[in-house]
Write a protein that binds this ligand. Sequence first.
Ligand SMILES: [Zn+2]
Length: 522
Amino acid sequence: MYYIIIRNGKILDGTGGPSFYADIAVKDGKIAKVSKIIRESAEREIDARGLTVTPGFIDSHSHNDSWVLLQPLQKEKIEQGITTSIGGQCGGSPAPYSGSREKAEQVGEFGLECDIYKDMSTFLSIARTVPQGANSMVLVGHNSIRDAVMGNAFRAPTEEELEKMKAFVRDAMEAGALGLSFGLGYNPGCYSEVPEMSALAKVAAEYGGVVTAHIRNEGDNVAAAVKEFLQVLRESGARGVVSHLKSSDREENWGKVHNLMRLIDEANAEGLDVYADVYPYNAYNTSLLPIFGTIEFRANSHDVMLEELKKPEVRAALRKRNVERYGREDLDWVQLNTIANAPQYEGKRMSEVAAMMGKEDHYDALFDLLILNDLKGMACYFGISDDDVCAIMGYERAMIGTDSGVGRPTLRKYHPRLRGSFPRVLGRYVREKGACTLPEMIRKMTSMPAAVYSLDTKGLIKVNMDADICIFDENKIIDGATFVDCTLKNEGLNYVIVGGKIAAVDGEATGEKGGRVITREL
Ligand SMILES: [Zn+2]
């Protein structure tokens, strides 16, 4: 007897090929049969008449990371159809733990022992035992490694330090991490150069690992930043992914994405193996300090930065650099997320915050806010062109990601991509804007990331593949979450099945956990 039979559905099997009608039987967490009509019965019968059945979605760019231990249900993932996430992106991974103040606070917030984060093998050995709502995999982050070995040093590593960093990559790869991620916009990765990056990427490549990069610049110098990453791939021989492809900062940079896609195509023609990922919004989301503090400013200690930020001459210099970089005097394009020490400003644009503070200049308000909030705080930045997003959605080498983890209990305001990314792509970019055909988009959400990250049993509706399945109404599926209210639910997503268990029905998690933290086939 089968556990689940899905009957009468229109199947898009993940290959990008045309749809067909068939029944699907699920048993022991696997797809056991795909046939025109299945005559046997099952414990759970799902009538998918009028609905589309696809492989479960793969979140190619996630920040699940440490959250797999604290919030293993991964509600925000399964309620948007994500059955597997690729975490540890943008240079940040749950391990190794550096002993830094920021990391200590984060670990303390989890109520967990710092020791389990000391290296990736220790972390994975524990994380693998915790049942999950969806599957999660992890890359090891260069920033986490560099922080553990060199702290926030603004210099190249010594030979000894480089060897220590390589050992962390090796430990992670031998424990089953998928590869290595760079976060060159963040500390301390922003202080590294190509020789260091290539040396570490080479270690990941020896194990067949993938190397991803949040590149050094996503504005005026975005083409040079892509080229720098391609150089690392060339020198290391690793397969690569350019993270959250975009050209932003000033509006003058919009449209440069066409050149970036051409650079990636040329690299592939040359023999490299390079991809990109993208999320479906016109705003990015990150901490305030990496956006508005220069890499020189951020080389200071936390306490020195707090003192410096009070000085009028420091403020004037930072303001000048940012006005040039972002091409405008105002900060109306910045909307604050959760601000722990000043919740009255949450969800507000910086223009409103400045008015509430009685400040004429938005930057004055921003610097005051950073001091008030101990240099922390995240925001959504409306700096991306929707035409660019559409163009990348249609790019054959672009996969889809949320660029999000799961919701922390303390999270009040956040970017809607946390909950709405995949339904939004299908509803707004495929159905409404026609940025890509549905079969092709399903491929970019399923078999393509499965191939890039070597997930051999995922991404296809086929006998013996893992029973990770989405069932939705292609005429109705749409995101709910907005920049005003990121908690609103998606619509038109009828069932999400993870590892043969029904993880969500009508966009609501059932509480069943069919997933786990999985490691690369060793
Ligand atoms: Zn990033």
